[in-house]
Design a protein around this ligand. Structure first.
Ligand SMILES: NC(=O)c1ccc[n+]([C@@H]2O[C@H](COP(=O)([O-])OP(=O)(O)OC[C@H]3O[C@@H](n4cnc5c(N)ncnc54)[C@H](OP(=O)(O)O)[C@@H]3O)[C@@H](O)[C@H]2O)c1
Length: 307
């Protein structure tokens, strides 16, 4: 179990979970709260993160479940959230980048970014990098990115990453999860030696609210398949939570997990050049200075320098 020895004995590890008001995130928060982890659940106001954290405190008898609010599809909100969390938690032992979604109709956020790309890729990239100082301060610490087996059907459309010319909800989703796995590996390389590990996980096909924001035939088919084939979020959480806390995975970084075990991602997800290229592209997009290849990310912690 992650954690640290303080003057008063062992301290609870602190783990931030995005998208923890429903589905995989909520179920994982519950598992970790039962393990006496200090859990910080992040959600949008409509998901009532305050009420969810209150319920979790009562249910698990863990008084250290707290909450923060952010719409993670907006980079301005991600920056504000990072500043808030760094102020509240100078040391973080874990970050579960779980919030994500699929959008069958192309939408842009108020910042003009395609919503899938913003929520599933840019947001975890920016949040992870901004929280790195607190993660490094608590090392050994862990970042886990919730990806998907859907990445196997993903392709990076380098000239049209945000589907301006041609858009399909599934293509955008598959691409986003491919990008997330590539980023996971690139971060693992850059963070080598820092004590902060980063891995990606497929939670399974889960009966959650995933896709319920959509209408139409594709959305109907997804809900039908979910009723018939999907596993409950509690089962997914049992595969996700150990990646954040189990001693078995301490020091393991840059891996992709399926069913609780290390798995090989697709050939495209193993493309090292593509990982570096996507990293640089995201740095430019969110206004972080590009890093020197082979070096840890350069700016971490200096949020004031970031526009
Ligand atoms: N379900 C599956 O079969 C499956 C399979 C593979 C991977 N995944 C991945 O697993 C992750 C969790 O999905 P899930 O199945 O648990 O779906 P879910 O029940 O829809 O949960 C998604 C969570 O993300 C939050 N979220 C969505 N948009 C957000 C935003 N703009 N800002 C902040 N939070 C936001 C949601 O909060 P709100 O209450 O505010 O909407 C919710 O708490 C996703 O990354 C998904 O891609 C799911």
């Amino acid at each position: 179990m992650l954690g640290s020895e303080g003057a008063g004995g062992p301290r609870r590890p602190t783990i931030v979970i995005t998208g923890a008001t429903s589905g995989v995130g909520l179920a994982t928060a519950r598992v970790l709260a039962r393990q006496s982890v200090e859990v910080v659940i992040v959600g949008r106001p409509a998901g009532d993160p305050e009420g969810v954290s209150r319920s979790l405190r009562e249910e698990t008898h863990n008084p250290s479940v707290s909450w923060a609010v952010a719409d993670l599809s907006r980079m301005e909100e991600v920056r504000r959230l990072a500043t808030e969390l760094l102020g509240r938690f100078p040391r973080l032992h874990g970050l579960l980048n779980n919030a994500g979604g699929i959008f069958f109709k192309r939408q842009e956020t108020p910042e003009g970014i395609e919503r899938t790309w913003a929520l599933n890729v840019l947001s975890p990239f920016l949040l992870t990098n901004l929280l790195f100082p607190a993660l490094r301060a608590a090392a050994p610490s862990r970042v886990v990115n919730v990806a998907s087996e859907a990445h196997r059907m993903g392709r990076l459309r380098w000239n049209d990453l945000e589907g301006r010319a041609r858009y399909s909800g599934w293509s955008a989703y598959n691409q986003s999860k491919l990008a997330l796995i590539l980023l996971t590996q690139e971060l693992a390389r850059r963070w080598d030696g820092t004590g902060v590990t980063v891995n990606a996980v497929h939670p399974g096909f889960v009966r959650s609210r995933f896709g319920h924001n959509n209408n139409g035939l594709s959305a109907g088919l997804l809900r039908f398949a979910e009723r018939v084939f999907a596993i409950p979020p509690e089962r997914a959480a049992l595969a996700v939570a150990p990646l954040l806390t189990a001693s078995e995975w301490e020091g393991v970084s840059g891996c992709y997990f399926v069913h609780g075990q290390v798995a090989s991602p697709s050939r495209r997800a193993g493309d090292r050049a593509a990982a570096g290229r996507i990293f640089e592209a995201l740095c430019r997009q969110v206004g972080l200075p590009a890093a020197t290849p082979g070096q840890p990310f350069p700016l971490l912690g200096e949020t004031s320098r970031i526009p």
